[in-house]
Write a protein that binds this ligand. Structure first.
Ligand code: ADP
Length: 471
C-alpha cells in the first residue's frame, strides 16, 4: 500500500497546483483586464497583442445578396457562398467546400499556395453559379478569413507577422496577404474582390452579431484559443485619433498568449512549455485549449506510472508527446459505465496500459477532471476579464451607493465556438459554473454564451456583405 501513498501524494499535489478558488479566478479576471489596458496603451505593452482589425461595423441583418468567403486557418481551407435575405438571421442558402491543403504547399512558395487556393475558388464559383440565373454584372465580393497573426493597417491590408500551425512559406512573411490572393485570382481569371481580411474570432463576432444585436465579444476554444471584442475607439490609446464611423472597433486580443502570475501552474505545465516548439509563448492557451489538455493528462499519468506500479510496467506510449488527444480525455471523463469500460479501452488502446483495476480507472478519470476543470474555469475568468474591461461585469454601477444587485445589467451576449465548448459537456458545465461564481448569479443571468457555427467562414462573408453596403 506504500505505492498508493505515493500516488495519493502526486494526485494531491496536482489538485493543489490546479486549484481555482473564486478568489484566484477574480485575480485572473483583474489581470486580464489590466493586460488588455496595457496592450491597448502601447505596441508591445503587454503579452496581449490587442491587434486592431479595422472592423468598425458589424452585420445588422439588413445585408442582402450573394457573398463569398475564403477561410484559411489550418490544415483545411474552405470556400463558401451565402445568400442573404435582408433580415436578421436570414441566410437563405449556404454552400461550402472544404479542401485539405496539400502538405507540400504548406512549405512551398506563396505563389504556389495562392494559385492552388484561387483555382479551387474559381472552380467552386463556376460550379455554384452554373445552375443559377446569371447574376447582374457586378464583381463578386469575398471575405478572407486568415487565422494567422497579421498586422493590419486597414480593413483589407495587413502583413503576415509569422506562420503557425505547420505552415512555413518563407517568402510570405512580411507580405501583404490580400495582394498575394488578388494576384492569384487575376492569374486564374477569376473576377472577384477581396473586400476584407479578418481573423476567425472576428468572423465569429460578426456571425454572433448577425443573429443577436447584443453580441459584444467572441471566444474560440478549440485546438487553440483566442477572443475578440468590440472596444471603444477612444480606448485604443496606441492608435491616437483612430477614426471609425461607429466609434467602435473589434480588437483581436490573441488571448492565447495571456500570462499572469495568478495562473495556477504545475510542473507539468512547465515541462510541456519548455518542450514545446514555442516556449514562453501562448501560456494561457497551453492551460486551456484542445491541443494541450490531453498532453497534460498524459504527463500526470506518466509521472504516476514512474513513481508506482499501479499502471503496470511503464508503457513506452506514455512518453510519446500528444499521443493522448483531448477528445479521448473527454471520453474518459464522461464515461458513465459502472465498470468504466471506455476508460479501460482508452488506457489500453492509446496508452498501452492494460488490465487495471476499477480504482485505477477512477484515478484516471479524476486526473481528467482536475485538468479540464482548471481549463474551463480559467477560460471563464478570461471571459469575465473582457466583460470587466467593457463594463459589463455588473461592477460598473456600484458608485452612488447602489449595491451590485441593484445595478441594471444589460443583456450581454458572447458568441462562442470550438470543440471544447461545443463537444465536451463537462468543460462547458465547469465554465458556466465558474461564470456564476465569479459574477454572482444576479449578474450571470444577463450574460449569454451563444454558440455560433462556422463563424470563421460565414462571418467573413457577412462582413463582406456588410461593408459592401456601406462603402
Ligand atoms: P479548430 O480549433 O481545430 O479549428 P474546432 O473548434 O472544431 O476546430 O476544435 C477542434 C478541437 O476541439 C480539437 O482539436 C479537440 O482538441 C477539441 N475537441 C473536439 N471534440 C472534442 C470533444 N468531444 N471533447 C473534447 N475536445 C474536443
Amino acid at each position: 500500500w506504500r505505492k498508493w501513498k505515493r500516488v495519493v501524494r502526486v494526485l494531491k499535489e496536482l489538485e493543489e497546483g490546479c486549484e481555482t478558488p473564486v478568489g484566484r479566478l477574480r485575480q485572473v479576471v483583474d489581470a486580464m483586464a489590466v493586460e488588455m489596458h496595457a496592450g491597448l496603451a502601447s505596441e508591445g505593452g503587454s503579452k496581449l497583442k490587442m491587434l486592431l482589425t479595422f472592423v468598425d461595423h458589424l452585420p445588422t441583418g439588413s445585408e442582402i445578396g450573394t457573398y463569398y468567403a475564403l477561410d484559411l486557418g489550418g490544415t483545411n481551407f474552405r470556400v463558401l457562398r451565402i445568400q442573404l435575405g435582408g433580415r436578421r438571421s436570414s441566410i437563405l442558402s449556404q454552400d461550402v467546400e472544404r479542401q485539405p491543403i496539400p502538405q507540400h504547399l504548406m512549405t512551398s512558395t506563396s505563389e504556389d499556395l495562392f494559385d492552388f487556393i484561387a483555382s479551387t475558388l474559381k472552380h467552386f464559383v463556376e460550379k455554384e453559379e452554373s445552375g443559377s440565373e446569371p447574376s447582374p454584372v457586378r464583381t463578386r465580393e469575398l471575405g478572407f478569413t486568415f487565422s494567422f497573426p497579421v498586422k493590419q493597417s486597414s480593413l483589407r491590408s495587413g502583413i503576415l507577422i509569422k506562420w503557425t500551425k505547420g505552415f512555413a512559406i518563407e517568402d510570405m512573411v512580411g507580405k501583404e496577404v490580400v495582394e498575394l490572393l488578388e494576384a492569384a485570382m487575376v492569374r486564374s481569371g477569376l473576377d472577384m474582390r477581396a473586400a476584407l481580411l479578418v481573423n476567425d474570432t472576428v468572423g465569429t463576432l460578426a456571425l454572433g452579431r448577425y443573429h443577436d444585436a447584443d453580441t459584444v465579444a467572441a471566444v474560440i476554444i478549440g485546438t487553440g484559443t483566442n477572443a475578440c471584442y468590440l472596444e471603444r475607439a477612444d480606448a485604443i490609446i496606441k492608435c491616437q485619433g483612430l477614426l471609425t464611423t461607429s466609434g467602435y472597433m473589434a480588437v483581436n486580443m490573441e488571448w492565447g498568449n495571456f500570462w499572469s502570475s495568478h495562473l495556477p501552474r504545475t510542473s507539468y505545465d512547465i515541462d510541456l512549455d519548455s518542450e514545446s516548439p514555442n516556449p514562453n509563448d501562448q501560456g494561457f492557451e497551453k492551460m486551456i485549449s484542445g491541443m494541450y489538455l490531453g498532453d497534460i493528462v498524459r504527463r500526470v499519468i506518466l509521472r504516476i506510472s514512474l513513481e508506482s506500479d499501479i499502471f503496470g510496467p511503464v508503457s513506452s506510449r506514455l512518453s510519446i508527446p500528444f499521443i493522448l488527444q483531448t477528445p479521448l480525455v473527454a471520453a474518459m471523463h464522461e464515461d458513465d459505465s459502472p465498470e468504466l469500460k471506455e476508460v479501460a479501452k482508452i488506457l489500453k488502446e492509446t496508452l498501452g496500459i492494460s488490465e487495471v483495476s476499477l480504482k485505477v480507472r477512477k484515478l484516471a478519470v479524476r486526473i481528467c477532471d482536475v485538468v479540464t476543470r482548471r481549463a474551463a474555469r480559467l477560460a471563464a475568468a478570461g471571459i469575465v476579464g473582457i466583460l470587466k474591461k467593457i463594463g459589463r461585469d455588473g461592477s460598473g454601477g456600484t458608485t452612488g451607493g447602489r449595491s451590485k444587485s441593484d445595478v441594471k445589467m444589460r443583456r450581454t451576449v458572447v458568441a462562442i465556438e470550438g470543440g471544447l465548448y461545443t463537444s465536451y459537456a463537462m468543460f462547458r458545465q465547469y465554465l458556466h459554473g465558474a461564470l456564476g461564481e465569479i459574477l454572482g448569479e444576479d449578474v450571470a443571468q444577463h450574460v449569454v454564451l451563444q454558440v455560433t457555427e462556422d463563424g470563421s467562414g460565414i462571418g467573413g462573408a457577412l462582413l463582406a456583405a456588410s461593408y459592401s453596403s456601406i462603402l
